[in-house]
Design a protein around this ligand. Structure first.
Ligand code: UDP
Length: 482
């Protein structure tokens, strides 16, 4: 009976796996709840998410993937350098964001050529130029903030108050003004490439568009962090729609969700191995999509894991000569851990692995997606932050939610995307953290209990609870808005 067109959302992700994957989940979430979705990507990125596109088609979801050509040459980037994981240094990250902002005109033209204007744009915080696009078309823009409210609030205060303006020492601790409680952070452990060219203007632009946005959408859920959710909302003076953990709606559709690079391991083989392990016994070790582990660190991890005598599933993304890594693994290591170790070189199906009953712990770099995936599966964590807002997430996991054990990262020498600029964590620290997390003492048991409680809350939130109603309200908001 309802003749009105479906609400139509245009999603503009930032092109880094950790930003695009939750946007893909969001596309599924919206489509499942009755909306239409146009997902903006670029030719090279579209190729990478081909299986996601096929899956959406197979499930008959109203999601259209639209690749807009990115002019890499114009900003001095090599052809096809369309994703953060393809760029080489901080300067190139700046060029990439410049290239993206040049999509303004093509996006407006594309949307204007459609028979109906979309109801709204939901775009990544790193795509602030989309605010102008929304205003030009007269539609709302929601800022997609694929992080938690806790780190979003910290980030907002850091940049708004310019708390590091006169701070020369990267490791000097600063108390965040206006935070709900006392919290000390250093430049080195804060989100933002403070020392790189153009960063200040870029973060100013993000702040400006955060203030002008019609609302903020996050991949967290209210019950996880009510205090910070309220405080962030109050700080930016607008609604924060927490609609996570979004991947739960995507994974329920197909046992193995298609949401990122293709796995470099045979699914069945990996599952069989997990099946063969005792419930709650396996430690999963992985540092997300961007971090590359240098050889000297890789070696410490290998020996630390071996010494812990616990079963582990380790995803290796090495930066060094592959031959070095292979030499290390073949020098008897793989043989020695054969009965209790499983190694994936490249890309794992993380969401599937974390949901397996054999999982008992996760050694993580604390990227928000990894964190929320662990929380949703009741998996406690060993925290090993590398960069960006990961140090803040560590605080949330360890000090506030109390479901993690820090591995103890020391001496951050610079703000960086590259793991080798943080100091090497020694094997005995790694072993200690593993034994502590996977142990049977009171602390370990309580940590596990808290993680299980959060798992239930996460599932309730998306399954008819706060996140479910937030996404419904968001759809309603754009449909009823005149
Ligand atoms: N991921 C995966 N397999 C891998 C590495 C990463 O499936 O081998 C997924 C992971 O499940 C998560 C995302 O990639 O959804 C990584 O995002 P996160 O925010 O944790 O870290 P980032 O990659 O942004 O550092």
């Amino acid at each position: 009976e309802d003749e009105s067109p479906k609400p139509h959302f245009v999603l503009v992700p930032f092109m880094a796996q950790g930003h695009t994957i939750p946007m893909i989940d969001m596309a599924h979430l919206l489509a499942k709840q009755g909306a239409m979705v146009t997902f903006i990507t670029t030719p090279a990125n579209a190729t990478r998410i081909e299986s996601t596109i096929d899956k959406a088609r197979e499930l008959n979801l109203p999601i259209h993937f639209v690749p807009l050509k990115l002019d890499c040459a114009k900003v001095g980037l090599p052809e096809g350098c369309e994703n953060v994981d393809k760029v080489l240094g901080k300067e190139q990250v700046k060029s990439l964001t410049d290239a993206y902002s040049m999509l303004h005109k093509p996006l407006v033209s594309y949307l204007q050529a459609q028979s109906n204007l979309p109801s709204s744009i939901i775009s990544d915080l790193c795509q602030p130029w989309t605010g102008d696009v929304a205003r030009e078309l007269g539609i709302p823009r929601f800022m997609f903030n694929g992080f938690c409210a806790f780190s979003s609030l910290c980030r907002y205060i850091i940049h708004q108050e310019k708390v590091f303006k006169n701070v020369a020492d990267d490791n000097e601790l600063i108390i965040l003004p206006g935070f709900p409680h006392c919290i000390e952070i250093s430049k080195a452990r804060s989100p933002g490439n403070f020392n790189s060219p153009g960063f200040e203007q870029f973060s100013e632009k993000i702040l400006e568009e955060e203030r002008r946005a019609d609302g903020v959408v996050t991949n967290s859920f209210y019950e996880l962090e009510p205090l910070y959710h309220e405080a962030y909302q109050k700080k930016i003076g607008k609604k924060v729609w927490s609609v996570g953990p979004m991947f739960l709606r995507n994974t329920e559709m197909s046992a193995i969700a298609i949401r990122g690079d293709k796995a470099t391991v045979d699914q069945k083989h990996c599952l069989q191995w997990l099946e063969s392990m005792k419930p709650g016994s396996v430690l999963y070790v992985s540092f997300g999509s961007m971090a590359r582990t240098v050889f000297s660190q890789l070696k410490e991890i290998a020996l630390g894991l071996e010494a812990s005598k616990r079963p582990f599933l380790w995803v290796i993304k090495s930066d060094d000569k592959v031959s070095d890594t292979e030499k290390l693994l073949s020098e008897g290591f793989e043989e020695r851990i054969r009965d209790r170790g499983f190694i994936i070189r490249g890309w794992s199906q993380q969401a599937m692995i974390l949901s397996h009953p054999s999982l008992g712990g996760f050694m993580t770099h604390c990227g928000w997606n990894s964190t929320i995936e662990a929380v949703s599966n009741g998996v406690p964590m060993i925290t090993w932050p590398h960069c960006a807002e990961q140090f803040l997430n560590e605080k949330l996991i360890v000090d506030i939610l109390r479901i993690g054990v820090p591995v103890g990262v020391q001496n951050i020498t610079s703000r960086t995307m590259e793991a080798h600029e943080i100091s090497i964590v020694k094997r005995d620290h790694i072993e200690k953290a593993v034994l502590k997390l996977m142990g049977e003492d009171k602390d370990a048991k309580e940590r596990r209990m808290r993680a299980t409680e959060l798992k239930q809350k996460a599932r309730q939130a998306i399954d008819g609870g706060s996140s479910y109603s937030n996404i419904q309200q968001l759809i309603e908001y754009v449909t009823t808005r005149k």
